[in-house]
Design a protein around this ligand. Structure first.
Ligand SMILES: Cc1cc2nc3c(=O)[nH]c(=O)nc-3n(C[C@H](O)[C@H](O)[C@H](O)COP(=O)(O)OP(=O)(O)OC[C@H]3O[C@@H](n4cnc5c(N)ncnc54)[C@H](O)[C@@H]3O)c2cc1C
Length: 450
């Protein structure tokens, strides 16, 4: 039996797509920068169908590329030529919420917004949130250990994952979904699969930790002089407000671009060099507490606070529209780095010079999650010098003791620079884990390692 027939008998012919017009959107990533050509897109409905597909590919020696919502930003979700593209988008089962434990089991293809809607009916919430919520899947979030806007309060996706079910490269299923918060019985296989970017197994289900849903929310947009003031303001807010949930940083050029693309009004009558957007959440409205800390803060040049839903969304739009506004201008070089917080201001100061030395025409737009020293470095008008720009930025970040990937992962985009963030011993350990779990190298070849 050919591989295609075996795949069709596993999932039904309707779920094996080979027409290039139908498969085109699976072959290119969200940024438009990475593309491949899958021999077939296969859409299983459950773990046993995933296992059958992986077994069939392993026996035929054919590579598999795993795809969730295809919102990844490092080229990890697009196929290498002739691979089978395994789409998890039909694994959308959501178990009833376990209110007693504040946990839920979700299929890997459940989108973040579907998960939020499901659990919020029970006054519970998911600890990770970001702008791709309507498309990104919990499987993709776990595979990339996604971060987002609430890491300050709840940590990254890894901190929310209590259990995993996954299909290994030979088609066997590993299932650890009990969700015990305390369980010290050897190697942490759940944590190993989280952040492995589809190179060690295909995640099919997740047991997720939930957090209280806070009905009282307040958002402030604060104008400041520079990055150093932003860091010092966040330090002040963190100490004074246990309800602090998010602290985002962006700059005048990013705000202008967002306003040009979206038509949003000026947030303040005067322009300022930098802006911090903060959100607090608790049972009651935190606006008064937030305002009183801002009133005392030397760093604040201007501020506006909203606690109604419309006002909060209007303020978040200035920050959350950055990614899409940048992409509307052209395909950017996208880097997502982190530096130790005390070095953040120096790094922001050094970046434009470093980038223009690598490409004179380049136009950097920076924004990020300030509390984690996480900067999204987007560089427009530099694609013909993309590698030189990437190299210059990542080496600068490494010189501050930073990471070449704060939250998006390594994917194909950053694999050449892995040694800037990981020691030779760590890379050897990672390679030996990969070799032992996927000896044929069929799961996401080219992702993470060259
Ligand atoms: C507008 C926008 C804003 C964003 N903001 C943020 C942000 O603030 N923080 C952040 O961390 N990311 C952000 N991202 C990046 C992206 O949304 C995340 O990386 C997300 O976790 C990817 O999920 P996905 O389902 O789309 O995965 P995909 O893009 O489909 O895949 C990403 C990687 O995970 C692997 N993978 C996917 N599903 C599985 C699975 N079930 N099992 C094993 N491997 C799998 C893929 O092979 C690939 O390597 C943003 C993206 C966009 C477009």
């Amino acid at each position: 039996m050919t591989l295609e027939l075996r795949l069709a008998s596993a999932v039904g012919a309707d779920h094996v797509l080979t027409d290039p017009q139908v498969t085109a959107s699976y072959d290119v990533d969200w940024t438009g920068r990475f593309r491949g050509r899958a021999r077939a897109v296969v859409r299983p409905a459950d773990t046993s169908e995933v296992a059958e597909i992986v077994r069939a590919c392993a026996e035929a020696g054919v590579a598999i590329c795993v795809q969730g919502g295809n919102t990844g930003l490092v080229g990890g979700s697009v196929p290498v030529d002739d691979a089978v593209l395994l789409s998890l988008s039909r694994l959308t089962a959501l178990d009833p919420v376990d209110v007693v434990s504040a946990q839920v089991t979700a299929g890997a293809g459940v989108t973040l917004s579907a998960l939020q809607q499901h659990v919020r009916k029970h006054d519970l919430d998911f600890g990770v949130d970001f702008a791709a919520r309507d498309s990104c899947t919990v499987g993709g979030m776990a595979a990339t250990n996604a971060g987002g806007e609430r890491v300050l309060r709840y940590g990254t996706t890894r901190a929310q994952v209590l259990g995993v079910e996954a299909v290994l490269a030979n088609g066997t299923v590993v299932s650890r979904l009990a969700g015990l918060p305390k369980d010290n019985t050897g190697y942490d296989v759940v944590s190993l699969l989280v952040g492995s970017e589809g190179t060690l197994g295909v995640i099919t289900k997740l047991r997720l930790r939930l957090v209280p849903l806070h009905p009282g929310r307040a958002v402030a947009l604060v104008a400041v002089d520079d990055t150093a003031s932003a860091v010092s303001l966040v330090q002040r807010l963190r100490a004074a407000l246990p309800s602090l949930e998010a602290a985002e940083l962006f700059f005048a050029d990013g705000l202008q671009l967002v306003r040009d693309k979206t038509g949003l009004p000026k947030p303040f009558s005067d322009a300022h060099p930098a802006y911090v957007l903060v959100e607090c959440a608790q049972r009651t409205d935190p606006a008064e507490d937030l305002l009183s800390v801002l009133e005392e803060a030397d760093e604040v040049r201007d501020a506006t606070v909203a606690s109604d839903v419309r006002g909060r969304h209007a303020l978040w739009a200035y920050r959350e529209s950055h990614t899409e506004s940048i992409n509307a201008v052209g395909v950017p070089v996208k880097l997502d780095v982190a530096v130790p917080l005390p070095a953040l201001a120096d790094c922001v100061r050094a970046l434009p010079k470093t980038i223009s030395a690598a490409c004179e025409t380049a136009r950097p737009i920076l924004f990020g999650h300030v509390n984690e020293g996480n900067l999204h470095v987007n560089v427009l008008d530099a694609l013909d010098r993309a590698e030189q720009v990437e190299d210059a930025v990542l080496r600068l970040v490494s010189s501050y003791g930073g990471s070449i990937s704060a939250e998006h992962g390594v994917g194909r985009a950053k694999r050449a620079w892995l040694e800037l963030s990981r020691s030779p011993v760590e890379i050897a350990m990672m390679r030996s884990i990969k070799q032992s779990l996927d000896p044929q190298g069929l799961l996401n070849p080219g992702v993470l390692f060259s």
